[in-house]
Every structure is written in C-alpha cells, then in structure tokens.
Design a protein around this ligand. Structure first.
Ligand code: PGA
Length: 252
C-alpha cells in the first residue's frame, strides 16, 4: 500500500551540463517503472533548473538537497523553499547526516525546515541515522528516538501525509558497508513505531521509510524485499544512469 520511492542524492557532484546528460541517458530507461515507483533526483542547487527542464514531461521528480527555514532574508549562500517551488522542484532533503556534520544542522533546525517545507507544499525527506560508535554502544534506538521526535515536533497528523523518512546509518554512507536487510528492517520498524506514538498508527503505516547507505544495484533487491523498506536514498550509485536505473528496477 506504500508506493516505493527511490531518490538520487547527487551530493556535490555534476555540473549543469553533466546533469543534463544524465537525464538524457536515464529517462529512456525508466518507461516501464514510471508508474510503479516514485523517482526523485536531488542535484546540487545550481543544477536544479537543468534537471527540472530535463525531466519535463516525465514522472521523475526533482528536489533540493538543502534550504533555509526562513522564507527569505539576509542569509548569504542559502536558498529558500519558495525559490525551490518557483523553479518547479517539489521535494526537499532535510537533515542529511553530511549537513548535520559539516553544516552544523541541529535537530531543531531540521524541525523548523520541515515546518517550512510543509507550508510550501514540498515533499520532505527527513534523514535520521546513528554513528558507528552509537550502534556499538547500543544507542541506535535512543538516537533514532531523539531525531524522530525532534524532527516531528509540532507536526499534526493531518499535515503528515507528504513526509518521507530516510534511515541512513552514518557508518554505511559512502563506505561500501551496508546495513544488513534485517538491521535496516529493525530500524525502520522502530522508526515507524515512534511515528505511530507521535502521529497515530494510520499515519505511521502509510509513511514511506527509505533506506540509505551504500545502496548499490547488487544489494538493492535484497534490501527492498524487506516489508519495512519502502525504497532507497542513493548517493554514489545514483550518479550513473544505468546503475540508478537498476536500483529503481529493484524497487518495482
Ligand atoms: P551512498 O550515500 O549511497 O553513497 O552511501 C547515501 C546518502 O548519503 O544519501
């Protein structure tokens, strides 16, 4: 009942020209999956116009990797939700671990960005996940509890439908180490229960929870076979059209 969702997080890769050539290579591959799987690409902000233009007429969505929580203001280097929607992009990544780590993004900022995103009708993909030391110290659930509760503070069940959560164990991002399907499924189940406590069981049961962290064509099928895993947030393996396409196929 939850529609699979596969998202490409390009991080700080690709110029606008390279983005355009990715789209030209990717769109012809996806015709069959187009209705079964929701697909979105999160390019660097400067590539957004090229990607929005490239996917026009297809079912592929586009999102930004970051935005400010304010609607506008003296925030040099930042972009606002209204700028993203004005371009024709419909999604926003919030609280990616690299933003938390290098951009000093806090749980409180994640929550403020989520409220802003919903106000602007952007589909928010909120990232949560634990560090390796936290997993080794058996703190995974405590971390996921804290991040989920903080992110969803002041969100009402009736506004929650667009929200997507991505579970990304930090030790699995860009490292080639993937959580086992069982580990990921356990974390997803825990997150879903947290959402149920906050927003009710029916909101939790319809919320998509994606797995991210070294998802590749080789491991995507096994991960996506888990009932609890509703799709993937893909970094490195989303930079090549054929490899990203294989992950979309695995989700369909
Ligand atoms: P990765 O990145 O697939 O390269 O591990 C995932 C992410 O950071 O979203």
């Amino acid at each position: 009942m939850r529609r699979p969702f596969v998202a490409a997080n390009w991080k700080m890769y690709k110029t606008p020209q390279q983005a355009t050539s990715f789209i030209a290579g990717f769109l012809p591959l996806i015709s069959e999956q187009a209705t079964q799987v929701e697909i979105a690409i999160f390019p660097p902000a400067i590539d957004l116009p090229a990607v929005v233009a490239g996917v026009q007429g297809s079912t592929v969505g586009v999102g930004a990797q970051n935005m400010h929580f304010a609607d506008e203001g003296a925030y040099t280097g930042e972009i606002a939700a209204g700028m993203i929607t004005a371009l024709g992009a419909g999604y926003i990544l919030i609280g990616h671990s690299e933003r938390r780590q290098y951009g000093f993004e806090t749980d409180e900022m994640v929550n403020r960005k989520l409220l802003t995103a919903l106000r602007h009708n952007l589909v928010p993909v909120i990232c949560v996940g634990e560090h390796l030391e936290e997993r080794n110290d058996e703190q995974t659930e405590a971390v996921l509890h804290k991040q989920t509760y903080a992110a969803l503070k002041d969100i009402h069940p009736e506004q929650a439908a667009p929200i997507v959560i991505a579970y990304e164990p930090i030790w699995a991002i860009g490292t080639g180490k993937t959580a086992t399907p069982q580990m990921a499924a356990d974390a997803h189940k825990f997150i879903r229960n947290e959402v149920a406590e906050l927003l009710g069981r029916s909101v939790a049961e319809s919320m998509r929870i994606l797995y991210g962290g070294s998802v590749k064509p080789e491991n995507a099928r096994e991960l996506m076979a888990q009932e609890e895993i509703d799709g993937a947030l893909v970094g490195g393996a989303s930079l090549d059209p054929a490899s990203f396409y294989k992950i979309v196929q695995a989700a369909s």
